[in-house]
Structure formats: C-alpha cells, structure tokens
Write a new protein. Structure first.
Lengths: 603, 351
C-alpha cells in the first residue's frame, strides 16, 4: 500500500459517559500508536462529576510530531447518545463517525459529507459477556478493536499491551482480548478497512514516554528531596499528591523500619496546607503543596508572609478555568497575575512555567533550589492540560551529581564562630540574608514576624528601618533575575516579528510557526520559563517591531506582566488569546496573527 | 519591644537548673503589654516551667498567631526560635514545623480571638492530629488590640466596657477540645502561677496536643464590673477542682504531694502528673466524666480549673503518619534521592 496523505496524521475522538470505565480502553488505543512509533497526544475532556456526564478522549497522531490539540476530528466514536448531535457535527468533512448500532439513531441527524459506520457494540458484548459491569466495560475495548481494523493498528502491539496490562489476571486478559476481537472482526467483515487514515509503523517515539505533568511534577519534588507535604484536595492538582504519595512511600521506605522518609499531611484547607509548608520550610525541610486557582486565592496571606519573612516555599499550581469555581476540569493560564503579586502590600513571587510534563519534572525540582537559595515562595504554574493529559516527552533523566542547593543556612559551626547572628543582614550584598534553623545552635535564635522588622530581625515601626528591609527585598528580586531559568529563544536575524508565549501554549505555537512559515511569514519565538523576566526577555522585545503574545486567558495577563516588568511599549505587544477552557490549537494562533497582519495591511 | 533594652544581668546567686542555666536565660524581650496584663503572668509561668524542665532554649520553638496573646512569644526565651505567624494559623505552621523536626519542644501561644474565631478550624484539626505541642490560649474574652470587641469566648450577659451586653453563646475551648478528642485538656488562671506552672510542665511533657485555656484578664478592656473575664469575677467564681503536680522522671513523690485523693498519670518520658482533687472521685482519664462534670459546674456558674482530662495512650501525628524517628529535616539527601534506576523503573510504566 502506498502512503496516503493522512497516514499517521489524524485525530480520533471518543465520546463517552463518565463512570463507564473507558479510560483503560482509551489508554490502550493511545499507547498503540505510541508503541508503533507514531508521535501521539491524548487529551481528556472530562466533567467535574463522578458518574453520568459526558466525557471525551481525543487522540492525535502526528507524523510531524505536533502534539497540541489539532482542533478537528477525523474519526469520532460516538458512544454517548446525549451528545450525539454535537459529536456528529464536530467531525471534519471527509471524516468518519462510528456509533453503537444496537439502538437506532435519530434519522434526522445525518450528514452526507462524512461516513457513518454502525457497529452493534452493546449487542455483541451482551451476547458474549454475562456480568452487567463487564458488558459495559467491554463495549469500550470492542470499539478499540473496531478502530484497530479501521486504522490498521499493528495487532502485535495491541496484544503486547493487553498482555502487560492484564497478564497477571488471565480472566481479565481473556475478556479484553475477546472484546477486542469482537470489534475487530465486525469491522473487517462489514467495512472497507482500512480507512484513508492509517497508522503506519514509524520510529519517532523511542527515547520517549507518555506521561502526565502531575506525575512528573510529583517526581520532580520527590527527586529534589521534598519530605513534608501539606495539601488539600482540589481538581486538577490532586493527582500531584497521589503520585507523590505512591512513589514516596515506596522509594523512601527504610527497609529496616518499614517507615518512609516523608510526611504527607492532608490539611483542613489550603490556608493550613500552605501554613504547613511554611512551618516545615522554616524548620529546614524541603516542603511543598500543590493546588489550583481557588487554593491560590486562599494561600495569599501566607504567601505574602513568606515573602516578607523570607521563608522558602514551593507551590505547584495546576491552573484551571477561572474565575471563581470556574470550570474545574478545563484548562487555562489565568493565574499568572494572581501568582506574580499574590498577597497584599508590595509582594512579588518567583514563578516557573513548564511547557509540558518533561519540564514540569525539571522545574518542580528547580523550584526547591530557587526557593531555598532566594528564601522565598516559588510557584510552579502548570495547568490542567499539562497536568492531566498524556504527553509524549523525552525520557526523564536525573543528574547523578545533583546536590540540593539549600541556600544560605548557617551551620552550628558557623554560628558558634560568629559573635552575633542577625537574620536579615545583607552581608553578601545580593539581597539574600543568611538564615538559621531552629534547634541547631543557641546563637541562631531569631523571631520570625510578618510585622515590621529591621535588618537585625527586631520589631520596628521606624520609617527608615522598615524601608531598608523592603528595599533590600527588591535587591533580592534583582538577584532572582539572574538565577531563574532562561527563556527558550528561537531567533533569526531575518525576522522582525516575534512571538512570546508561555507554558502549554508551546506546542501550538510551534505548529503555528511552521504553518506561518509555509505561508511565507517568518517569526521568531521566545517562551518565558520564569518570572522575574531577565535580560533575554528584554533583548527579545527590543529586537522586534511587533510581538504577538500568545496565552490562554482573557485578560492578556502575560502581556500585562511584560508591560509592567519590562521597558516594552504598549503598541508593540499584540495579544493572541485563547480562553474557552480547551487547550489552544495552532489554527487559532495562526488565525489571530493573520487577522492582525491583515488589519496592518488594511491600515 | 525589642528596641527597649532589657538588662541581661544575672545575679550570681540565682538558682541554676540541670543545664546550669538560670531563670534569666529563659526570659525574652521587654513586654509591651499593658501593666497588669494577665498575659505577662503567663509569660512568667512559661519562663519558670521551661527553666524547671531544663529545656535547652534553642531546642524549643515558640509559635503564635496575631493579637496581644500572640506577641508574648517575644517576651520569653529569646534564645529560642520564634514564629509569629498570621491570624489564627499558628496551628498549621506548628504542624509543618513538627513534621519537619519532631525532636523540638513546640510551644504555641494564642488567644481567644486567634483560636476561637479565625483559628477555630486549625485549632480543631491540630487537636484531631494530636500534634505534639503545648497550646496555650490566653483567654480574656475580648479583642484588645482593636480596642474591646467581644470575642467568641465572651459569656452571655457579659458586659463590654462601653456597656454592650454579649448575647451570643460562647465557645468553650475545654468543652470543644474534649469533644474532638484532645488528649490533654486543662484550664487555669493567670492570677495563680502556682496552679499554672505545673500544668504547663505537664503539658510540655505530654506527648500529643496539650491545650491549656488560661483565663487571663484584659486590664484595659475587660476587667470591669459586669465582665465575666475580670480578675474579680474569675477569683469569685473559680473552682480549683484539680491541682496538678508535675514530678520529673526518677524523682520521688514527696509526702505532701501524695496527700488526699491523688491520681497519678505517667507521661511518655517517665515523668508523672499527680492530680490532687478537691472534688471526690474525679477521674481525669475519663473523657465522658470530664465532659459531664465540666457541663454541670459551668451550669452552676463555676469556672473549673485544673487538669481536666489526660490521655497518654493516643498516637501523636508522627505515629499516625509512621514517620521515621530521625527528624525529616536531618535525613541526608543521599537517602531521599531514589536515583536514576528507580526513575527508569517508574518510566517503564509510561510507554
């Protein structure tokens, strides 16, 4: 068979009802592509609900390696009668829709520009399986079988995956294999297989893993040596702690005592979760919490306290759709401003922006080094897309030579040797004072207070003494600019148009740049990885006539931060925004940029 | 206040504790509270308790929230680390601190406003975790720093300085603590140091959450006729039901201490608390009985003081969490790092 244009370049979407156990079937399908060496992305659009509401899983296969949301559906598996109308409408012209033909579908709903394929999934499963739950679950595996035939998925790959998942439970393996075969055989016998969308073996996934960013953020904290976790459940950050607990309890276990070097404390609320982190960090343990928007709102007072009293803290904020409760299971990048200046008074916080699970791993580890080096909170801003979806990433490596940077902590010997310890004295002129830990040495004692204090740590209401401290904190901020990760820059002298973006926009921006370049529009690209912005960001802004700022919120928060914190002028920065709660697509970025360029030409 | 110098001169004849330290070594900065404030008496009692227990000051950590009460950690043990946190949230800071280093002695000082309003949740949950700390509530029924509003511990009918009468029922920290499983519940009076010091010592040595509600009159805003938290009212209505004596490990019980009806409770470190009961057959290890007794006496208008309840047998937060004996902040990184091999093994599940 010769290669068709859509080989390894299509999107499959499965519409289902939550609570019906489709996750393992969807993972099986997604991993089949991955094991065939095809770059793939799996995105889960799920409701804030336990059972009965619509849920979708979308798999994009892309031989070019584009793994952001494609924004179109080529093959829809419509398992949910409730959303059938919408799911049918979403299929791109020339695409396919597969539905469960056990029950008649609404004849009113028809499209002549797509192909609709009926498979009696429920009937086949009801005949083959006897238990009610099994009948429901196996329908999902059966549609994977249908898709395997239609998309020409390698059967050995599927067999191996089933063996790995259920090998230890022969009965389950048999049921799954049988359900898969039901679907596969039905498709082969009744349809013209394969479709023009085919999965063909490639070799583009070796050295990679398929993983979610909440797992990797947890691993970053684990490998960085975090020992105390204060946390409160909140979607979509809960699985950060689930993963941390799963790995920490096992990998930190002392074989002799059976006890693990970790304390994971479920707090009564986010106010307490961050309080625990501060208490533990003040006491010299590496400590973190993970949360999402509403939790950040609640943590504000303590974040300001930690800034002013100079206590390290690591917060992983898996952003979701705001404002207020918003859409807890949808993604956004709308906490940038709320985190940058969290809390009352003159406060500012170090932010890190991973773009994918791989970076979430490394940056969550870096967050601890920065927090302790700078003695201040560091907030890692991921989002639901990074945190809870399946991303193809390069394998994670942990530097064997890594030693935690504990920052300026006085040892017992150092304290013994000095005459008197002063907590907030800037002895090194970098704005970062030395700290002491409780219990180490009698000379180390000081009083941590959120009230006005002077450079010696004593209470003050004196104008000059107070101002001296807050000015020194500003100097520390300047030091932070030299310590935070550099942005990713892709720049050519030929282009005068720049794109600045952040976090999970990265994949879509890269694809958009390729499309723009194909249309003759060359762009340079900078992705910020941290706040405060360093010199590289300023240089990039200076070097371009027009800079598109691509981000996933309504109010152009990254753009606002650039305007506030660099010398760039208003007119130079043009926003390209996406904020409907679904991950951004390349198409929406291309459209945004083209529209602005068209306006420019018209003017 | 720290900029008011306090002479650090110790008389050579001052008594020394086992560490060779004098009472002066447990003192702190000069108090800036009002003259006669009950809180200062509690501070003095804390100084004495820590001195008598011979706790190395740097192995002690003082924590507080916001309010007059929460200033007091600055007024004792200046050789200890202090943490004056945000309003009502000392308990969570203490939880994290204790999680990081289980070996230090944690002394929390809070007030009725700090604990029973904004801090009520954190107070309750620290109790539920049986966090190993001493938690002192300096209870005066009033917001002092903001000039005299009722707090949640104000009694119905208690009159404010400007004449307003409180209508809302109070939250009694002892009853509350008893009802949610607190393992050490005591009440005392700032005007009776002899009563308070042994309670503080027992509370410090208790493994788990030791709550001591100390009636501590506010001389400026709540010490007038009509107030139920005044010195006068407290003295007239107080019923010192249970006196506690603290007996250090390996020390003989003196004959005087054993007089009358005495209940002895052994603490984890081998020290004992002797409960001399004024009432007849009070059993301070019976939670339901303590609850009943307290309700009855309260209904009769009495302020019962003493070690009302103690349970040494409940696991503290670390036992429940199954954390190692070595403080987590001392575990070397080499033992925390799972290494590349473990990372590879994890990743094999993600292909």
């Amino acid at each position: 068979m010769s290669q068709t244009p859509r080989d390894n370049d299509f999107t499959v979407k499965i519409a289902n009802v939550n609570g019906t156990g489709s996750a393992s079937a969807n993972t099986l399908l997604m991993k089949s592509f991955f094991r065939m060496g095809i770059p793939v992305a799996g995105k889960n659009y799920f409701p804030s609900n336990i059972q009965g509401l619509p849920t979708w899983y979308e798999i994009r296969a892309s031989r070019e390696g584009y793994i952001c949301r494609s924004g179109q559906v080529d093959v829809m598996v419509a398992m949910n009668a409730q959303t059938y109308r919408k799911d049918l409408a979403e299929v791109a012209a020339g695409g396919y829709l597969i539905y469960d033909s056990t029950w008649p579908r609404d004849r009113q709903l028809a499209r002549d520009d797509i192909t609709v394929l009926g498979v009696p999934l429920a009937r086949m499963c009801n005949e083959r399986f006897s238990r009610a739950r099994e009948r429901v679950l196996m329908k999902n595996i059966a549609y994977v079988g249908v898709l395997a035939a239609l998309l020409d998925i390698d059967m050995n790959v599927v067999r191996n995956l089933l063996q790995e998942s259920y090998g230890a439970k022969p009965q389950l393996l048999d049921s799954n294999q049988a359900a898969f075969d039901l679907g596969y055989r039905y498709a082969i016998e009744n349809f013209s297989c394969p479709l023009p969308f085919r999965a063909q073996l490639m070799d583009a996934t070796s050295g990679h893993i398929m993983i979610d960013g909440n797992t990797t953020a947890a691993l970053g904290a684990l490998f960085a040596g975090a020992t105390v976790v204060g946390w409160y459940p909140i979607t979509p950050s809960t699985s950060v702690i689930d993963a941390f607990r799963r790995y920490a309890e096992r990998l930190r276990r002392d074989p002799q005592t059976g006890r693990s070097n970790v304390a994971i404390i479920q707090a009564e609320d986010e106010l307490a979760a961050i309080g625990m982190v501060l208490g533990a960090s003040w006491n010299g343990a590496r400590s973190f919490t993970s949360t999402s928007g509403p939790g950040i709102s609640l943590m504000n007072e303590f974040l300001g306290y930690a800034y002013f009293t100079e206590i390290p803290a690591v917060v992983i904020n898996v952003q979701r759709c705001g404002p207020s409760t918003g859409m807890p299971t949808r993604t956004q990048q709308a906490d940038i401003m709320a985190c940058a200046y969290a809390s009352h008074g003159d406060t500012r916080h170090v932010l890190l922006f991973p773009a994918n699970p791989e970076e979430a791993f490394y940056l969550s580890a870096v967050a601890f080094d920065l927090a302790e080096r700078l003695q201040t909170p560091v907030i890692v801003l991921t989002d639901l897309d990074i945190g809870m979806n399946d991303w193809m990433c390069r394998e994670l490596k942990w530097d064997a030579g890594y030693q935690p940077d504990r920052g300026k902590v006085m040892s017992a010997a150092q304290l013994e040797a000095i005459e008197k310890f002063h907590r907030y004295l800037d002895v090194d002129h970098d704005g970062i004072p030395w700290r002491s830990l409780p219990g180490v040495h009698p000379k180390g004692a000081y009083f941590t207070r959120g009230s006005g204090h002077n450079m010696y740590g004593a209470y003050t209401e004196d104008a000059k003494e107070y101002q001296h401290v807050v000015d020194r904190l500003r100097l520390k901020w300047e030091t932070a600019k030299t310590l935070v990760p550099e942005p990713v820059v892709e720049q050519s002298e030929r282009h005068r148009t720049g794109i600045i973006s952040v976090g999970s926009c990265d994949g879509a921006v890269r694809e958009a740049r390729d499309r723009l370049a194909a249309a003759g529009v060359g762009t340079n690209y900078l992705r910020v990885k941290a706040f405060p912005f360093g010199k590289a960001v300023q240089d990039f802004l200076d070097a371009h006539d027009r800079v598109y700022v691509v981000e996933q919120n309504r109010d152009a928060q990254l753009r606002a931060l650039l305007l506030l914190e660099t010398r760039v002028g208003q007119d130079k920065l043009v926003s390209v925004l996406h904020y409907d709660g679904l991950p951004v697509t390349a198409a929406s970025i291309v459209d945004g940029i083209n529209q602005d360029m068209a306006r420019g030409k018209a003017a | 206040m720290s900029y008011i110098a306090k002479p650090k001169v110790a008389h050579p004849g001052l008594p020394r504790n086992e560490l060779g330290l004098s009472l002066r070594d447990y003192e702190g900065g000069m108090s800036t509270l009002c003259a006669g404030c009950g809180h200062d008496s509690i501070t003095a009692a804390l100084v004495q308790a820590a001195f008598e227990l011979s706790i190395p000051p740097h192995r002690m950590a003082k924590l507080s929230g916001i309010g007059c009460s929460s200033k007091t950690p600055a007024y004792f043990a200046s050789a200890s680390h202090g943490f004056n946190s945000v309003h009502g949230r000392m308990a969570s800071v203490a939880t994290g601190a204790n999680a990081a280093n289980r070996e230090l002695t944690y002394i929390g000082v809070s007030g009725d406003g700090d604990t029973l309003s904004i801090g009520l949740g954190q107070f309750c949950h620290a109790i539920r975790r049986n966090l190993d700390m001493l938690y002192v509530i300096e209870n005066n029924g009033v917001y002092g720093l903001t000039k005299g509003q009722f707090s949640a511990s104000a009694d119905v009918g208690s009159k404010a300085k400007k004449g307003e009468v409180n209508q809302q029922p109070p939250i009694d920290p002892c009853m509350l603590a008893l009802s949610i499983g607190c393992t050490f519940v005591a009440r005392s009076f700032s005007g009776d140091k002899e009563h308070l010091v042994p309670l503080l010592k027992a509370g410090i040595r208790h493994r788990g959450f030791a709550m001591i509600d100390v009636i501590s009159p506010c001389v400026t805003f709540n010490d007038h006729e009509g107030s139920t938290k005044s010195y006068d009212f407290t003295r007239r209505h107080r019923q010192a039901a249970i006196y506690a004596d603290y007996v250090p490990p390996a020390q003989e019980i003196r004959s005087g201490q054993a007089a009358g009806s005495v209940q002895s409770v052994t603490l984890h470190d081998g020290s004992r608390v002797l409960l001399r009961k004024v009432g007849a057959d009070y059993d301070a290890t019976d939670r339901m009985a303590a609850f009943g007794y307290l309700s009855q006496r309260q209904a009769a208008g009495e302020i019962v003081t003493g070690l009302l309840f103690i349970d040494e047998g409940k696991p503290d937060m670390h036992e429940v969490q199954a954390t190692p004996d070595q403080p987590l902040n001392e575990v070397p990184y080499a033992r925390l790092n799972p290494g590349q091999k473990a990372l590879d093994a994890i990743q094999s599940r993600f292909r």
